[in-house]
Design a protein around this ligand. Structure first.
Ligand code: ATR
Length: 273
């Protein structure tokens, strides 16, 4: 049977085996998908052992996405821009690296009827999560994309390094040069510690759609704050997780699974946890 896996540390709580098992059943694909705990200093060895034992592809999660970027022999444009790889594909004796996080975000937004074309987008945070999604967002041709970060220099530097796209700007959280956003994406890691990034309510004047890339059983602190400020819709990152997985599955198997039943099952298991 074809072998797939997700590498991470920690990995026990990864939803990826659950998601890919459902995808495989739904599409009638015969494959096995495991969660592999890689030692922090042994990622490359873990991947080569997996490939040697018949591994065809893998997902990569925290903290190995940057190491995977360095490890692969060929990078997709999305992975190159992200500086990180979340999908490994072993093909014709070669290890290829892609990044499906950004397309996962865009597809989740589209799934909820949020079109990015011509819209004014604010993204909060300038770390790996933001780098991973900038290019696929820009490919949707928004009117503008502003990156705001607690540490302003990181946002400015990231905005400057987006290749061949105009209309990307950067600033600190308190000197965002516009207020009328259609969509605000929280890509900071604040939600992971139950916090909301400290932005002014003035940026909510347009009643934007708000998207937190983190997901949890209850609304995240950011989404709660957005609701209080009159957001037209709040979404969390559960759909993005499922969509990035679907895109990886497609890269490996050439079949795009239906994400809807998997979204439902995952939300249900979350509410029962
Ligand atoms: P990730 O890969 O999840 O993006 P990262 O590269 O460590 O993780 O980046 C974390 C991001 O969240 C950074 O942009 C960080 O801001 P700083 O660059 O100023 O550190 C942002 N962040 C973390 N906690 C935050 C908080 N409480 N409020 C606002 N931004 C926060």
């Amino acid at each position: 049977m074809d072998q797939y896996a997700v590498f991470g540390n920690p990995i026990a709580h990864s939803k990826s085996p659950f998601i890919h098992k459902m995808f495989a059943e739904q599409t009638g694909q015969s494959l096995h998908y495991a969660a592999i705990l890689s030692p922090l200093d042994g990622f490359a060895e873990s991947v080569s052992t997996f490939i040697a034992s018949g591994g065809r592809g893998a997902n990569v999660t925290v903290p190995f996405k940057e190491q995977a970027f360095k490890l692969v022999e060929q990078l997709s444009p999305a992975a190159r821009q992200a500086g990180a790889v979340n999908t490994l594909i072993y093909q014709d004796g070669k290890l290829l690296g892609d990044n499906t996080d950004g397309i996962g975000l865009v597809k989740d937004l589209l799934f909820h009827g949020v079109v990015l074309q011509g819209k004014k987008i604010l993204i909060i945070g300038a770390g790996g999560a933001t780098r991973g999604v900038v290019l696929p967002i820009l490919e949707q041709t928004p009117a503008s994309l502003h990156i705001a970060n607690r540490t302003a220099e990181k946002a400015l530097s990231l905005a400057k390094h987006v290749p061949s796209f105009a209309r990307v700007t950067g600033s600190g959280l308190n000197d965002i040069p516009d207020t009328s956003f259609d969509l605000i994406i929280n890509a900071s890691s604040a939600s992971l510690s139950g916090d909301s990034p400290n932005i002014d309510a003035a940026y909510m004047v347009n009643k934007p759609v708000c998207y937190d890339m983190v997901y949890s059983k209850e609304d995240t602190a950011f989404n709660l704050w957005c609701q209080q400020q009159g957001a037209s819709m709040t979404l969390d990152g559960l759909g993005m997780l499922v969509e990035q997985a679907a895109q990886s599955f497609y890269l490996w198997r050439g079949i795009m699974p239906d994400t809807q039943p998997v979204r439902q099952a995952l939300r249900m298991s979350l509410s029962q946890a």
